[in-house]
Design a protein around this ligand. Structure first.
Ligand SMILES: NC(=O)c1ccc[n+]([C@@H]2O[C@H](COP(=O)([O-])OP(=O)(O)OC[C@H]3O[C@@H](n4cnc5c(N)ncnc54)[C@H](O)[C@@H]3O)[C@@H](O)[C@H]2O)c1
Length: 436
């Protein structure tokens, strides 16, 4: 069975099913098509399926043309019918792994997906989980659900974990050039998994178990969360001391070893860094261990929006203005620059605090024309076009996400006050710019 699936993968006759066609699954699916495989894209969101089958993209940084080209090959089909999973030889799960209300892992999407797939599995398939999750998920949640259908893992069905390392909007790396770590439930599983990823990724790094592969992804994201919280705390300290943290980071980064630059901001955003560390913190409690670093990093990062608002209030005050009834334009609401993803973006929290304190809030983001529906925030707002006129009417521009698209010179020249959380104006001391 193992040799057969490896052969199918190598000669590209294996049919690939990518389950969950969001920020991770969509580019992955396109990469499999590009590599010459026949690919099914599965998603429960019918709107996404309709759009894909019409050659349309619903993610700003994934261009329409690539979807159109994929359709033209005749080797790609999108469907919400998960019973067709049996037509695929490989099933790759890329579904969300958010947090619940009490910062606990919400595995409901992963579990619903495997529950839908399980009755449609057949002998000879490879199943790969790519969603970010705590060590043990593949063995404790996925494996038993497959075994319950009467399959032997490593003989009938091959099971691996291989986290996605997608960095949306990063033009220096693509799915193909980001190395991929793979762990298998058994040795045979690993062999099959490695053979799959080697067909689409330049460098595949096998590890000894699915748990190690799961931990690797969390290690990467916890490392980022902790280091970002560290520079955020240092920003607060250096601000009080009259030292520019950006200048200090730039100088420290000249050291050719032992230092990696991380940059401060208005708080953490995105679907990964604010969330993933808590998957490990939660699992660690099962072993009686409290994760100090993760909790502390979370605590510092969560407080950043309040600190930024404090700086903004002080800056307005220095101009003899109160925050109440001041017009504040939030520049950029995506969680990072040059993409349209607003998940967990600190902009929403900043806008909420401003609104609660009586400010008149508007925003401008070329990637997000309408303020998106969110679980905790609601603003009936559309992105404002930036003109010299609209800028001059604002009491303050709060720079939250520094998209390259913005004309920073013009914004600086035409605004009364700018509170800059991204160090965009760090190289000059402008009288109307306050670093925060
Ligand atoms: N976005 C990133 O930059 C990024 C980077 C690395 C890893 N990850 C991880 O990858 C995983 C997916 O993240 P994403 O950003 O692509 O999420 P997403 O929300 O953009 O996409 C997930 C897709 O899964 C679909 N889905 C949900 N339940 C389903 C089911 N039962 N069957 C079929 N489809 C289903 C949703 O409709 C959605 O289209 C998460 O675990 C995330 O932490 C994300």
């Amino acid at each position: 069975m193992k040799d057969k699936i490896i052969q199918q993968i190598q000669d590209k006759t294996a049919v690939i099913g990518v389950v969950g066609l969001g920020y991770v699954g969509l580019p992955l699916m396109l990469r499999f098509v590009e590599a010459g495989f026949h690919v099914f894209g599965f998603d429960i969101d019918k709107n996404k399926i309709y759009q894909l089958n019409q050659g349309k993209s619903y993610i700003k940084h994934i261009n329409q043309e690539s979807i159109f080209q994929a359709l033209k090959t005749g080797k790609f089909e999108a469907t919400w019918d998960l019973t067709r999973a049996r037509e695929a030889d490989v099933l790759v799960m890329c579904v969300p792994t958010p947090l619940g209300n009490h910062h606990e892992p919400d595995l409901s999407f992963v579990i619903n997906t495997i529950n839908s797939l399980a009755p449609n599995l057949r002998t000879g398939q490879l199943v790969s989980l790519e969603s970010t999750t705590y060590p043990g998920t593949t063995e404790e949640e996925i494996r038993p659900r497959i075994e319950k259908q009467g399959f032997n893992i490593g003989e009938d069905i091959f099971l691996v974990y291989s986290a996605e390392r997608e960095d949306p909007g990063n033009k220096n790396f693509s799915t193909q050039t980001i190395p991929k770590v793979v762990g298998g439930s058994t040795k045979s599983c690993l062999e099959v998994g490695v053979s799959l990823y080697e067909t689409i990724i330049n460098k595949v790094f096998p590890v000894s178990s699915t748990k190690v592969a799961e931990m690797t992804k969390l290690l990467e994201n916890i490392y980022r969360a902790v280091n970002i919280s560290l520079v955020n705390e240092l920003k607060i300290i250096t601000d009080r001391m009259g030292i520019d943290i950006w200048e200090a980071i730039e100088a420290a980064a000249t050291k050719p070893f032992g230092f990696t630059a991380f940059y401060p901001g208005p708080g953490l955003g995105g679907h990964c860094i604010p969330i993933d560390p808590f998957y490990l913190a939660w699992k660690a409690k099962e072993y009686g261990i409290y994760s100090h670093f993760i909790e502390l990093a979370g605590e510092i990062n969560v407080k950043m929006p309040d600190w930024v608002i404090g700086k903004l209030v002080e800056a307005l005050n220095n101009q003899g203005k109160a925050l109440k009834n001041s017009k504040i334009l939030v520049l950029g609401i995506a969680y990072k620059k040059n993409i349209d993803d607003t998940r967990e973006s600190p902009a929403a929290e900043l806008m909420e605090i401003l609104h609660q304190k009586g400010a008149i809030v508007s925003y401008s983001d070329p990637f997000v024309p309408v303020f998106p529906k969110k679980r905790d925030y609601y603003f009936d707002l559309k992105s404002v076009e930036i003109t010299t006129d609209s800028l001059s009417q604002m009491d303050c521009v709060l720079l939250v996400t520094d998209h390259d698209h913005f004309d920073y010179d013009s914004i600086q020249k035409n605004s009364l006050l700018i509170v800059d959380t991204r160090g965009r104006y760090r190289h000059k001391n402008f009288a109307n710019v306050v670093k925060a």
